[in-house]
Design a protein around this ligand. Structure first.
Ligand code: IVH
Length: 672
């Protein structure tokens, strides 16, 4: 490229990249995909490599320019960086407004209100529109020169846009780490075995203090401008200054508003508190500022905080309290969750007495013990959790947490499978914590198929203790039932009829209905086929169970644990005593004529697919979901589609339903 053409292209690229930055960071309206942005940047880099004179300090390629430094130079702030007075409740806000009204001798004060970001304050100096220095707040009077690091933050303009900016301009604001970036960074760091960041605020602070700007460039930092130092050449209202800063290329928080009087301030606070869980960044409150700069001057300062501004904090989301005990709770699926019982503590606006500890491993990892001091966190609407344990505050020896071996609700054994984080109660049929779910599953269409036994009715039956196990269902009579809410005589009689009708399930259905963990419909049918009767299955050890096709060590262990639990056996015996008679599966003695064959079912068949599959499996075939060269037969029902086409293409044998029925009849099965 000729020098003139290179200079012109470089100027175009720079303008285009700056525009994309502005769209992305200031307008929050990205105009191109990241890949396109990177392509433009690389093209500019290539040109500047050829013509180094073109690489001016304000070029977007020059964000990571400096080499690592030994430390940071001290910077004296020409106008001190002050702090804010805090308010925690309505009264303090009304007092603030009253003092402002009195000081200004006005009836209503006009304010600007904005989120208070939890990050690091920064002062950015621009000379003739170019960023020349960035300094931290430090002690307010003197901070550190972190220019090289700040230049790597793309949200901060190296060069101002538009016009009308004063030749000397100092913009102040907050550098922060958005939550998504924080999480992504930590996930990557954890994967790489590197150190993770503690929280977004520390992350932002730590990132700015990196000696190597290339390290800062790796951190997903962002920026919002919230004020200027001095007012020369600027509008006379804070809110208008923010608007001007936005025009000049600074990101300004889109939640900033103008509001009137104490009521306006409080409404803004309430609104932001509601929005807090949905924001892309952490905020710890809101900031109110008297909007008129002359009025600000009139009010002046007390010690190091302005009388014209106030930080109205949100309730803290983390507090320290004492862990009194670790109990366990049994969930609807039998999952046993440890719960922290806490000395009551006010967190995130509510009093918290319980918090989740997730599971046993989590307790070990955090080393939580009854008697410890812990940090409780309540973020947004989520359930409070024990975030950390202050092990250093532990007094003396405290016993480690032990997972109970018996369910606290029903006394059944607690099992925890290898590789699983969750411990579970094995008393699925008797445990009151799980009863509703167990009955619902038991009655469902593919299990015992008891029509008319809906969720609300189940709730009533359990609540009133008319039903304490699924066996009790068969003891219900129409009279008892019609006494329940929304239960007419007719529906009561119908339900009793349905219950009676459900008493002769195939063995597979009954096994499925029992709700043994990991035993779905298919596995239940396999178990039924393999053992042929309930007694043998009840006695089978893990090795015998693993012989069943589809049953691996985990399922075998669950089945064994289920039948080892005397409570469960009692329910099964009760079911049988109430007249439930399972039907033996259809099985061909000794012979498995289709052994070694792979079948695929497609299209709609005249019988449920599960049934056809069961028949085929009883004949020794394997039933697969997809057609391949290894498929022996494709059974094609009505409207068979792509699988049939594929079979034809591969030359796989295709059978229609009629021939299939004939084949089954030949083996003496398939009569339903
Ligand atoms: S104004 C004199 N506005 O809060 C006014 N500060 O205690 C000075 N902060 O470290 C600050 N968001 O970095 C202002 N919208 C906002 C803010 C904000 C966060 C931080 C600021 C400082 C602290 C003040």
């Amino acid at each position: 490229m000729k020098p003139d053409a290179a200079a012109a292209r470089a100027a175009d690229l720079r303008a285009e990249i700056d525009q994309h930055n502005y769209r992305y960071y200031v307008l929050d309206d990205p105009s191109v995909p990241d890949a396109e942005y990177d392509r433009l940047l690389r093209e500019l880099e290539a040109i500047e490599a050829e013509y180094p004179d073109l690489a001016t300090p304000d070029s977007p390629t020059q964000r990571v320019g400096a080499t690592p430094s030994a430390g940071f130079d001290e910077v004296t702030h020409s106008i001190p960086m002050l702090s804010l007075a805090n308010a925690f409740d309505e009264k303090e806000v009304r007092d603030f407004d009253r003092r402002a009204r009195e000081g200004l001798e006005v009836g209503t004060v006009h304010y600007a209100a904005e989120p208070k970001l939890d990050g690091v304050a920064i002062a950015l100096s621009y000379r003739d529109g170019a960023l020349v220095r960035a300094a931290t707040r430090g002690d307010g009077a003197r901070g550190e020169d972190v220019t090289a690091n700040v230049r790597t933050i793309r949200a901060i303009p190296l060069k101002l846009r538009g016009d009308g900016w004063p030749a000397e301009l100092e913009v102040r604001g907050e550098i922060y780490m958005p939550l998504a970036g924080f999480q992504a960074f930590n996930e990557k760091a954890a994967e790489a075995g590197a150190k993770t960041l503690v929280n977004p605020r520390n992350a932002a602070a730590g990132s700015l203090r990196q000696l190597d700007p290339a390290m800062t460039a790796e951190r997903p930092l962002a920026f919002y401008a919230y004020s200027t130092a001095g007012r020369t050449g600027l509008p006379g209202s804070h809110y208008e200054i923010l608007e001007r800063l936005r025009d000049w290329g600074f990101p300004v928080n889109p939640e900033s508003r103008r509001v009137d009087g104490a009521d306006g301030l409080l409404a803004y606070h309430a609104d932001l508190l509601k929005k807090r869980p949905d924001l892309a960044y952490d905020i710890d409150g809101v900031v109110y500022k008297v909007d008129d700069l002359d009025e600000q001057d009139t009010l002046g300062f007390v010690s190091r905080a302005p009388r014209w501004a106030l930080a109205h904090k949100f309730p803290a989301q983390e507090e320290i309290t004492k862990l009194l005990a670790i109990d366990v709770q049994v969930g609807r699926t039998g999952a046993i969750t440890p719960v922290a019982r806490l000395e009551p503590v006010f967190v995130g606006g509510v009093t918290v007495t319980n918090a989740t500890l997730h599971n046993e491993d989590e307790i070990r990892r955090k080393d939580a013990r009854a008697g410890d001091y812990v940090v409780v966190r309540r973020a947004g609407d989520v359930i409070p959790e024990v975030a950390r344990v202050l092990v250093e505050r532990r007094e003396g020896d405290l016993p480690e947490f032990q997972m109970p071996t018996e369910c606290p609700v029903c006394g059944s054994a607690v099992e925890r499978q290898e590789g699983e984080a969750v411990a579970r109660c094995t008393g699925g049929l008797v445990c009151r914590a799980q009863l509703r779910q167990a009955i619902q599953h038991f009655a469902s269409r593919r299990a015992m198929d008891i029509e008319g036994l809906g969720e609300k009715l189940i709730a009533q039956l359990v609540e009133s203790e008319m039903v304490t196990t699924v066996a009790d269902l068969y003891r219900l009579d129409a009279e008892q039932l019609s006494g329940l809410e929304r239960m007419g005589e007719k529906s009561a009689t119908n339900l009793v009829e349905q219950l009676k009708r459900s008493k002769t399930p195939e063995l597979g259905r009954l096994l499925f209905a029992l709700g043994i963990r990991e035993v779905g419909e298919v596995t239940a049918n396999q178990l039924a086929l393999h053992f042929g009767e309930l007694g043998a299955l009840r006695e089978a050890d893990v090795e015998a169970l693993e012989e069943v096709s589809d049953v691996g060590p985990i399922v075998a262990a669950h089945v064994r644990a289920f039948f080892d639990e005397p409570h469960n056996l009692k329910v099964i015996d009760d079911l049988l005593a109430e007249g439930v008679e399972w039907q033996a599966p259809e099985k061909i003695e000794g012979e498995t004529p289709l052994a070694g064959q792979t079948w695929v079912l497609t299209g709609s068949l005249g019988v449920p697919r599960m049934k056809a599959k069961g028949w085929l499996e009883s004949l020794g075939a394997r039933v697969s979901g997809s057609v391949s060269g290894k498929t022996d037969v494709v059974l094609a029902g009505e409207a068979a589609g792509s699988k049939l086409a594929k079979a034809e293409k591969l030359g796989v044998k295709v059978m229609d339903e009629e021939s299939f029925r004939e084949m089954l009849a030949g083996y003496g099965i398939g009569t339903e």
